[in-house]
Design a binder for this molecule. Structure first.
Ligand code: NDP
Length: 273
């Protein structure tokens, strides 16, 4: 019998996940379907309950439901607990298991695809929203020497750093929360833009000096050049968008459901084309 999966969000038309999972299934000979489902803004839990009852095996969850998915899971895997959000649900017997594969996806894209090891590097995370929080622990687990979170509302960055310190001891990492102004005279080897400014083409008030020699500037957004990417490129950084993260987080979700790890390289090439 064909196993059914879906991505649930609102809106959902833009989602590339059905194409990515169709490629994974073809490549690994898995007999599955994967569709995009728009849940009403006040109807996420009802949608999940219905899909589980209809025999779906799992779903990906996207904006704006990642926090509701966290609440609706009755068992949480560690990455989801740390992130406080869920992007992958696994329906198993009567259980709803919540996981979060965004952080693994980001770290794999940076380290495996872009060949930039995080270990002992100075990392700057711009933004303190859901995406930043979701990837913080996996980035820390990759052992940077320094991790600074800078955010427009700095109190959110402070809260995020305090939370991370209270959960796990990262004694070898120099952790900090800054305003954008405080970034003056600092340099980083990896700068990750986890703000949503790319969506509105808004430049960030960050100085060019933050991009150290050989810096990788990574924008989690994908699909077009953002003002952050343009600025980083001009400042001499190597630049990447977040398509690789999208494909890698999907591969990890596929592995959670099917126990098979698909090749991501050919899928990424196809998506870019
Ligand atoms: P949230 O709405 O949770 O957070 C938005 C963040 O952007 C906050 O830190 C906010 O700051 C900041 N921000 C928004 N507008 C401005 C501005 N004008 N100037 C400075 N900072 C601003 O969004 P998410 O965290 O969920 O998503 C962030 C981005 O990550 C999106 O572009 C999304 O597409 C991308 N993403 C990509 C994924 C992938 O697989 N590639 C996966 C998940 C997300 P403040 O706190 O001050 O409001």
């Amino acid at each position: 019998m064909t196993d059914q999966y879906a991505v649930v969000g609102h809106p959902i038309d833009h989602s590339k996940s059905p194409d990515i999972h169709a490629e994974f299934a073809k490549q690994t000979n898995q007999d599955i379907t994967y569709e995009a489902i728009e849940a009403p803004l006040n109807g996420f839990v009802d949608t999940i309950t219905r899909l589980a009852a209809e025999g779906y095996k799992g779903v990906n969850v996207t904006v704006p439901f990642k926090f509701e998915a966290y609440q609706c899971a009755n068992h949480l895997r560690m990455p989801a607990k740390h992130a406080g959000a869920v992007n992958t649900l696994i329906f198993s017997d009567s259980n709803i298991i919540g996981d979060n594969t965004d952080g693994v996806g980001l770290v794999r894209d940076i380290e495996k695809n872009l060949h930039k090891p995080i270990q002992c590097k100075r990392v700057l995370m711009l933004g303190a929203g859901g995406a930043a929080e979701g990837v913080l622990h996996p980035v820390l687990n990759a052992a940077p020497s320094q991790l600074v979170v800078a955010n427009r509302s700095v109190e959110k960055a402070v809260k995020m750093i305090e939370k991370v310190k209270s959960l796990v001891q990262y004694s070898s990492v120099d952790l900090g929360a800054n305003t954008f102004d405080e970034l003056k005279n600092q340099k980083f080897d990896i700068v990750i833009n986890a703000t949503s400014t790319g969506l509105s083409d808004t430049p960030l008030p960050i100085p060019n000096e933050i991009f150290a020699d050989g810096c990788l500037a990574y924008d989690m957004m994908y699909g077009r050049e953002t003002p952050f990417m343009a600025q980083a490129r001009e400042a001499g950084a190597r630049v990447s968008d977040g398509l690789g993260m999208l494909v890698e987080q999907a591969a990890e979700a596929f592995y959670c459901w099917r126990g098979v790890r698909p090749e991501t390289d050919p899928v990424m090439k196809k998506m870019r084309a």
